[in-house]
Unconditional design. Sequence first.
Length: 677
Amino acid sequence: MLVHGTCPHDCPDSCGWQVTVEGGHAVQVRGNPAHPYSAGELCPKVNRFLDRVYSPDRVLTPLRRVGTKGSAEFEPIDWEDALALIAERFRDAIARHGPESIVPYSDAGNQSLLATMFPERFWNALGASRLLRALCGPTVGAGVSMTYGTGLCLDPLELVHARLVVLWGTNTKLTNRHLWPTIEAARSAGARIVVIDPLRTVTAEAADWFLQPLPGTDVALCLAMMHVLIRDRLVDQAWVDAHTVGYAELAAHVAEWTPERAAAVCGLDAADIVELATQYGTVRPAAIRTLIGAEHHENGAMFYRTLACLPALVGAWRDRGGGLARSVGSWADPLIDGAALTRPDLRPNGIPRQLNMSHLGRLLNDPTLDPPVAALLVWNANPMVSTPNVEAIRRGLSRDDLFTVCHEQFLTDTARFADIVLPATTQIEALDVTPAWGHLWLGWNEPAIEPCGEAVSNSELFRRLARAMGMTDPCLFDDDATALAAALPTVDLAALRQTGWQRVPYPADGRPYADGAFPTVSGKVELRSEQLVALGQPALPTFVAPFEGPGSARAERFPFQLLTPKHHQRFLNSGYSHLPAHGGREGGPFVEICPADAARLGVADGQAVEVFNDRGCVPVPVRISARVRPGVVAIPWGWWGRHHGNGQVANSLTNDTLTEWGGGVAYSDTLVGVRPA
Ligand code: SF4
């Protein structure tokens, strides 16, 4: 039997797959050749998805902690007892501190609708704290929205029509692999492919031209491009006059951002900045493709707000294939009734407090937080590997007075600290619909096999929790089909199930802003933003160097800037790195250092070093690499504590300062020292 589904991972590609089932057992997962985007190809990690489903290490029964927190000493417990204990501890937290002392913590471990949104009904009805989930993409959307009034941008498949493709801070060949054939098709038709990235990635290696600015200096590079466009009369003045506000102020503002000034900030040649701006201002259609990653700086939201100004200056939105391509997830919004799925109307006391997920470590350790975090339920997330400032989280999760529940497939670094671990299904064991943010098709996901062991889906977990808590609103117990029907009121679910995917609405001529109308207050591209002024931010695109960056006081103690990129073919975020045929074949963690810095430090390739700052210390071998510039080191992230000598991971070092606005976090504004171990 062949069963159709959709990959749920935190990846833009949301590939369609087919599961071969024999006698109730899945024997193969392969790409669905008919899928309009992934066209039959998955990726090296998901080609072995069944390693994950049938791993001997899977959690298949509820577990209760019997050792100290973090020791991963558990004993099996039956579901009824586990639910009774959780309900008792949640009621106790509510009695002592109120419902906001209970904190839900989840992210994109499974991106499907029920997996991410159905649990919100329970939290809303309970009156628990809300979580601001802005580790990555939402910050990009917030930035672009300040310029366009929306995060809606170009369908990346439209890049095939471009004749200049600038891949800015995105490693397409690794993290968005199914878009690469489109890039190659554009190149075959005459397009030039430019990559701008602080790392010499596999995508940079495949580009026609690669520019490697210092991390976090992208805003300065944009400002200098604007300077050249204006100075050299490469601006599409008619389009700017008709469809933007604030041009005269912007022109005056960037007059001081000469290529020479930006070159000094970015570590680039001024001539290259002039050449980049000249190409961008003269080649049509010109597209900028970005995704996520560059928002991980204090000025991350400002970068995307600034980047969004560039297509306006050259009138790129006029052309098919021109403009800015980023996440396309918001194009599905008209089809998804989020309120029907999450039911904010169930909240007993209005809007509860909102906590930023990036500050988990701070929140768990803050003696002044009122109410304190008394109980935490983690699903779809592994913050002990993925969230910045992991050592602060470790201290918080070790608190004796904190009650922690994890719904997980494996005993992750986070689950090791739980009081109760509950077994979670994988994608082939549960019904769902999976939206995409790299393409324009919703994907159906049919369960292919029964849940393994006693595992339950996210939606079933929250139905059980609601029952255990004595909650009564009928919607808390909606079955999956009913909840999906509410979430997708205009979608023919039977047809979606039959086909496996449905395209979401997008302009037929491929040009979302062909008429120059933008949903801002002014109806135009806001080169000057009154919204930002209201937030106490600069009205115009403005470069501010991060507090924790080169040249700061901290740099005297910690002279290297640390990047924690995705680098591996066989694992994704913190998933798969613990599986032998995945992380095992990637060979273990390492720090990349350029030859000149290695020589200066007196360290050799393969030598053990400690990468450290005042947050943590990570022992890793050196990989001398031309991927990083002098002054920059990189530890590809995703390895668990067990892969490091002292249990600390790449994010033990990273900065949890928030972006200036937009709710994101400055992972990449992290300074470290390196010393021989
Ligand atoms: S992780 Fe991404 S590329 Fe791999 S199968 Fe899933 S959606 Fe496709």
